[in-house]
Ligand binder design. Structure first.
Ligand code: FAD
Length: 419
C-alpha cells in the first residue's frame, strides 16, 4: 500500500475496474449516485421455476476476447465464467414488407425473396454489402476526413435509401443502441474503426462473442469485493482541486479530502462536477452529449419476427422505409444462452410503455410484462474526432490528481468502459 486515498466517482464498470486496479496499492472509496453498483452493467434476477432465478442483462451483454483483451483479463482474474453468445441480426420493415436475418444461414436470407416483395432491390442490397465493407475499409486506410459523417459517406459513395434504411442503419443502430438519425450523424471513420475491430467489415472473420454466465452482476460483485469503501446513493456534487489534494463534496454537502480522484461518470456529468474545470476539460468533456434511450425488459415475443428462421439476437423493426425511429429488441435467450422455456427481451425505443413499478416487473403496452430501465446513449456530432485527439489533455490535468474514465471513449471502442 502506498497509503494514497483515492476517490472514484461513478460505480459503473469503468469506476469499479479503476477501483479494482488501484486498490492493489491504494485505499479506494467509491461514490455511486444510484442504490447499486454496475451502472449500465445491470442484471435483473427473474424467477425461472423449477430452476434457480436467471440473471438477465439490460445493458452490457456481450464481449469478445479479440477486441476486449483487458476485460477478458479482468474476467480471468475474477474467475468469472463465460460462455458463447449468438450474434445474429434481423431486419423487418412494415413499409415494404422486407424481412431477413444475417448470421442465421440461408433460412434467414430467403424470406427477403418472398412473393410480393421487391426482389430486385433486395438482391441488389445483398450484393452491395461487400461493396460497403470494401469502401469502409478503404476509408479507414486512407483516413477519410475525421468529421465526415456516416450519412455523408453513404451519399458520397451512392449507397441508396433502400440500402441505408434496410442494412447500414440497422447494423450501426443495433450495435450502438441508438436511433437512425443519431447513427447518420456519427463520424464515419470512428464508426468504421469500431466495426473493423469487431470483424463487422467483412462477411466472415468476426471474433466469437461471449457472455458472462449469470449476467454482468457476477463480475461487478466480485470486483467490488476489492474496494475498501463503497458509498451507494451518494451523488457527488463537486470536485475541487488543491495543491495538496482533492475535495469531493457529496449532494448532502459533506466534503472529504483525497489524494487523487478518478471520475468515471459520463463526460457531461464529469464536467458539471469539476470546480472549476480547465479550458481543456471544458473543450473535451463539453463536446459529448447524450440522449435518453429507455430500455424495457419484458417477455412479449411478438416483438420478434413471426418466422422462427428470421428471429435473431438483435431484431430491428422499421415502421417504414424512410429512416424513422425503429424498435430494436435484443433476444436475451440467444445473447445470454438462456433456457428456451420463456423468452426474455430488451426493447429499445418501445413506442408505448407504462412506467415501471418500483418492484421492477409491471405491465406495459406493448410488451405485456416488463421492467423499464433508463439508459443514455452518446449523441453523435462532430465531436468525436476532436475529443479523441485531445483526450490526453484531460488525463491527469490540473495537478495530475484528476482522471476521467467512462463511456465516451468506450462508446467508440465499445468494450465495457475502462477495459
Ligand atoms: C442497452 C445497452 C446494451 C449494451 N450492450 C453492450 C454489450 O453487449 N457489450 C458492451 O461491451 N457494451 C454494451 N453496452 C455499453 C456498456 O454497457 C457501457 O459501455 C458500460 O456499461 C459503461 O460503463 P461506465 O462505467 O463507463 O458508465 P455507466 O455504466 O453509465 O456508469 C456510470 C455511473 O456513474 C454514476 N454517476 C453519475 N454521476 C454521478 C455522480 N455525480 N456521483 C456519483 N455517481 C455518479 C451513475 O449512476 C452510473 O452508475 C450497452 C449499453 C446499453 C445502453
Amino acid at each position: 500500500m502506498t497509503g494514497r486515498r483515492i476517490a472514484v466517482i461513478g460505480g459503473g464498470v469503468s469506476g469499479i475496474t479503476a477501483g479494482y486496479v488501484l486498490s492493489r496499492a491504494d485505499h479506494v472509496t467509491i461514490f455511486e449516485a444510484g442504490p447499486r453498483l454496475g451502472g449500465h452493467a445491470d442484471t435483473h434476477l427473474v424467477e425461472s421455476p423449477p430452476g434457480p432465478p436467471l440473471g438477465v442483462d439490460t445493458g452490457f451483454i456481450v464481449y469478445n476476447e479479440r477486441t476486449y483483451p483487458l476485460l477478458t483479463r479482468l474476467f480471468a482474474e475474477l474467475g468469472v465464467a463465460t460462455r458463447p453468445a449468438e450474434m445474429s441480426m434481423s431486419v423487418r420493415c412494415a413499409g415494404c414488407g422486407l424481412q431477413y436475418a444475417g448470421k442465421r444461414g440461408l433460412g434467414g436470407l430467403l424470406p427477403g425473396l418472398a412473393r410480393g416483395l421487391d426482389r430486385r432491390r433486395y438482391l441488389r442490397m445483398l450484393t452491395e454489402i461487400p461493396r460497403f465493407h470494401r469502401a469502409a475499409r478503404r476509408a479507414l486506410r486512407r483516413r477519410t476526413p475525421p468529421d465526415q459523417t456516416l450519412g455523408e459517406f453513404l451519399r458520397a459513395r451512392r449507397f441508396g435509401g433502400y440500402f441505408t434504411a434496410h442494412f447500414a442503419l440497422p447494423l450501426v443502430a443495433a450495435v450502438w443502441s441508438c436511433p437512425p438519425g443519431t447513427a447518420l450523424r456519427y463520424p464515419a471513420r470512428y464508426l468504421f474503426a469500431f466495426l473493423a475491430n469487431h470483424g463487422m467489415l467483412s462477411v466472415s472473420g468476426a471474433p466469437p462473442w461471449r457472455t458472462v454466465t449469470g449476467g454482468s452482476r457476477c463480475y461487478v460483485e466480485r470486483a467490488a469485493k476489492r474496494l475498501h469503501e463503497i458509498r451507494l446513493s451518494t451523488p457527488v456534487r463537486a470536485v475541487r482541486r488543491h495543491p495538496g489534494g482533492v475535495d469531493v463534496t457529496d449532494a448532502a454537502g459533506q466534503a472529504r479530502r483525497f489524494d487523487a480522484v478518478v471520475i468515471a461518470t459520463h463526460p457531461d456529468q464529469a464536467l458539471r462536477l469539476l470546480d472549476p474545470p480547465t479550458r481543456a476539460e471544458r473543450e473535451v468533456l463539453g463536446a459529448f452529449t447524450y440522449t435518453p434511450n429507455p430500455a424495457l425488459l419484458h417477455t412479449d415475443a411478438t416483438v420478434l419476427p413471426a418466422r422462427p428462421g428470421v428471429r435473431a439476437s438483435w431484431n430491428y423493426e422499421l415502421s417504414g422505409c424512410a429512416p424513422a425511429r425503429p424498435r430494436i429488441s435484443y433476444h436475451l435467450n440467444r445473447l445470454q444462452d438462456l433456457p428456451a422455456g420463456q423468452d426474455y427481451l430488451v426493447t429499445l425505443g418501445a413506442r408505448s410503455t407504462r412506467a415501471a413499478s418500483s418492484t421492477g416487473w409491471t405491465t406495459p403496452t406493448p410488451p405485456t410484462s416488463g421492467s423499464s430501465t433508463s439508459t443514455t446513449c452518446p449523441a453523435a456530432g462532430r465531436w468525436a474526432a476532436s475529443a479523441a485527439a485531445t483526450t490526453s489533455a484531460t488525463r491527469g490535468a490540473a495537478s495530475g490528481r484528476t482522471w476521467t474514465a467512462s463511456w465516451p471513449r468506450a462508446a467508440w471502442i465499445w468494450p465495457a468502459a475502462g477495459c
